[in-house]
Design a protein. Structure first.
Length: 291
């Protein structure tokens, strides 16, 4: 039986104002926040020559990534903009409740984090990462947002904070990715802070309350041993055919299977990755395997 790791997001440790905001938009399982375009996506499309082909609805990378971990929804409306004539500056427009702090506990928490002014939103200056390629375009400062959440994870678990790539566009903004060992007993490792990079000058970036803001993917740390090797031609073919049989290229793998012959094809079945998808081409392959 696989061990289940308990991960807890708490919205009661970062001051009353933020805690109140957290109750309206709790952290969600990514698997329960299917992007609208994915939900509406057809299973197949027609090529220019009339043949039917599966869409990315069956792509294992998109399927697994978009469902991995958790989505932190925006707990308020955000609006950002930076001018093309001064990429070091940016503007923030947010509700009054967030612009001003009215609770002493909130002020104490902010002061403890070394923040001032708008304590819920601050910035990392360009000089803190000068020369970094990801700052070659867009706003030179990165906006730091103090979220309502703190997180608790078991020992050995880290968290990847990243842009919810398949949920929202990156035209106006991106979430700066990072990995945190959230099991360390340090406030900075337990706080859920989100870093926003503005990409398009003179463009108002609007993030609505409830929109996916950040994706958090947990993983268990482990030591790995790297081996890089070259393969003989027949081994490369075997890997290629196995990969084809695990995804939408099973359409082409059917022809490859006939070319290989059952004697060489049959051993590859043990390496196939089984997915609970209603893929017509995969069904066709499985039916033949069961014959």
């Amino acid at each position: 039986m696989n061990k289940r790791h308990r991960i807890e997001f708490t919205g009661q440790l970062r001051g009353k104002t933020l805690s109140d905001l957290a109750t309206g938009e709790p952290v969600q399982l990514a698997s329960r926040m299917t992007p609208e375009w994915r939900a509406k996506q057809d299973k197949t499309f027609t090529l220019h020559d009339g043949r039917e082909h599966v869409t990315s609805k069956y792509c294992p990378g998109i399927h697994d990534y978009s469902r991995a971990g958790y989505i932190i929804p925006a707990w308020q409306d955000f609006k950002f903009r930076f001018p093309s004539d001064d990429p070091d500056l940016y503007e923030i427009h947010s509700p009054q409740i967030v612009n001003k702090i009215h609770h002493d506990h909130d002020v104490e928490i902010a002061a403890g984090n070394g923040m001032s002014g708008n304590v819920y939103m601050n910035k990392h200056e360009y000089s803190q990462a000068e020369g970094a390629p990801f700052l070659d375009y867009g706003c030179k400062s990165v906006i730091k947002i103090m979220s309502p959440w703190s997180v608790s994870v078991p020992k050995g678990v880290s968290l990847l904070y990243t842009h919810p790539f398949y949920h929202i566009s990156q035209e106006g903004h991106s979430i700066v990715p990072g990995i945190v060992d959230a099991d360390m007993d340090m406030i900075s490792n337990r706080e859920v802070n989100i870093f926003v990079k503005l990409n398009k000058p003179d463009h108002i970036v609007t993030i609505k309350k409830g929109d996916p803001l950040c994706q958090v993917i947990p993983f268990v740390r482990a030591d790995y041993e790297l081996t890089v090797d070259t393969k003989e031609v027949h081994e490369v073919d075997q890997l290629r055919y196995t990969a084809q049989a695990t995804f939408d290229s099973v359409v082409h793998a059917e022809a490859d299977r006939q070319e290989l012959g059952e004697e060489h094809w049959h051993p590859l079945k043990s390496n196939m990755i089984k997915k609970e998808w209603d893929c017509p081409h995969m069904k066709k392959m499985q039916e033949k395997d069961n014959d």
